[in-house]
Design a protein around this ligand. Structure first.
Ligand code: GTP
Ligand code: MG
Length: 214
């Protein structure tokens, strides 16, 4: 989060940090819900299946700062931990991901400060997802602050894969047996294939419906 007047200024307590990031999460969630409703109205279709939002626990914020060799100060949290506020947007089809990315980019007061396209360039683990770090203005009674939010956008199938992989990663403390890693990469390929087939199927269905309506 960056204060308009300068970094970390005026934010002294952990409670205040939580308050601000909670507000930022609510902002993004509401914006997404509005876009989804509008899309439903115009195209009779919802690009978003569901949204999950979370605030990072103090323990994992401290852990991350420590990992990066930084002191646990409020200022460092705000400056270096980009995912204190995190939103995961789950959609049905790969095409929806880019639709959502474009819609977010067009919101005047949401600033995209970084993107990572792990859909076009998946991680070696097989992980696929579109990541954005954005800032949203949070209007408080005496000041306005721009708070960072990490947005992860992925399909239902990618989410299914990522949650199991995360569990395995956690269980083995990042050191899973080779055969399990290989199997996960195989499953990731199946996810990619499934997403492509489901997208094609959906397009075929839409074509049939359109032809019938004519
Ligand atoms: P961190 O500093 O660890 O947050 O990584 P980063 O700054 O390089 O960010 P990146 O965009 O690569 O990852 C951010 C988040 O994406 C992670 O906290 C996870 O939630 C998710 N993620 C990234 N890679 C993987 C992966 O291989 N598997 C799973 N399950 N999730 C991942
Ligand atoms: Mg992270």
């Amino acid at each position: 989060m960056e204060l308009r007047e300068g970094n970390g200024e005026g934010i002294d307590t952990w409670e205040e940090v939580i308050l601000i990031y909670n507000a930022a999460l609510k902002m993004i969630e509401t914006r997404m819900a509005i876009l989804n409703d509008e899309f439903q109205h115009v195209h009779q279709y919802n690009p978003i299946e569901h949204i999950k939002a979370r605030i990072k626990t103090p323990e994992s914020i401290v852990k991350k700062l420590k990992r990066d060799g930084r002191e646990s100060t409020i200022e460092n949290m705000i400056k270096y931990v980009n995912d204190i506020a995190g939103i995961r947007i789950i959609c049905s089809f790969t095409s929806d991901i880019y639709r959502i990315v474009d819609m977010l980019g067009e919101q005047r007061d949401i600033h995209v400060i970084a993107v990572k396209d792990y859909i076009t360039f998946p991680k070696t683990s097989g992980y696929k997802s579109y990541h954005m770090i954005v800032t949203v203005p949070v209007y408080l009674s005496d000041k306005t602050v721009d708070a960072k939010v990490e947005i992860q956008i992925r399909t239902v199938a990618m989410d299914f894969w990522a949650s199991l992989e995360h569990k395995i990663h956690y269980k083995f403390e990042g050191d899973a047996p080779e055969d399990i890693k290989t199997e996960l990469v195989e499953c990731a390929k199946m996810v990619t294939d499934l997403d492509a087939r489901m997208l094609k199927l959906n397009e075929e269905i839409l074509t049939i419906i359109r032809e019938r309506e004519e």
